[in-house]
Design a protein around this ligand. Sequence first.
Ligand code: ZN
Length: 274
Amino acid sequence: MSVQGAIPVLTYHAMNVNGNDPESNDHVALASDLESLLAHHWEIVPLIDAVRSLFEGAIPMPPRAVAISFDDGSWFDWYDLDHPVHGRQRGMAGILRDFRERHRVRVHATSFVIVSPDARAELDRTCMLGCGWWGHEWWSEATREGLVAIESHSFDHNHHTLTRTAFGEAPTGRFDGVVTETLAEAEIVAASRWLDAAVPGRRTRLLAYPYGQSSRFLREDFLPRRRADHGLLAAFGTEPRAMTALDDRWNLPRLVCGADWRSSDELMRRIEAG
Ligand SMILES: [Zn+2]
């Protein structure tokens, strides 16, 4: 039995293409998990609706609601791409559409994107394939279609392969070092503003912490106090369990494909347990 009112949030990294089975490829995993979710009577809801239902109570949820999210915002979320090693990959959006057409059910995902175009251009070379597959041209198209929502994964992820990030001299490769007003503004407020300007027809409402990491300063001080500036309703870490109305809205849990489940059967066992 799932816990009453608890909503699991599933996370996929579409750049995880290291083979063509569910364990090595998040596209294959998503396609398989969608079928299992349906077979076990889980209904996919937009993440923002799930958050609003828990913290504002305005939106009714089905008894077995689950939300889907993608991280980092590369082309693999949207386009079908020819991977140089592992062949043609159906984009995550295409997998959602295929599933919707096959079963005539509602489906939705939220893509947490790395905002800075400079950071994405550099990451495309340092930790993807260097094919120019990390542009943001699809974010507006996705917003218009309404299948994949665009939300914030911070300005530059403080990624360890970047030569320069908003962190300056502080260590890269982690996000719990956001402990000053200036850094929080650069990584979070600037990200919301950039997205709101560049991807109109929506407002930035959700944040996924890079590496799932956050500081007490962010959770207990900056995010609650500066809501008018960042516009966010909630932020996600990666504690692997379903979220409930009792959780801290500035550190909501998510389950991560590959880390928290390696097969659709394992996913079902995890979310049935709450
Ligand atoms: Zn990330």
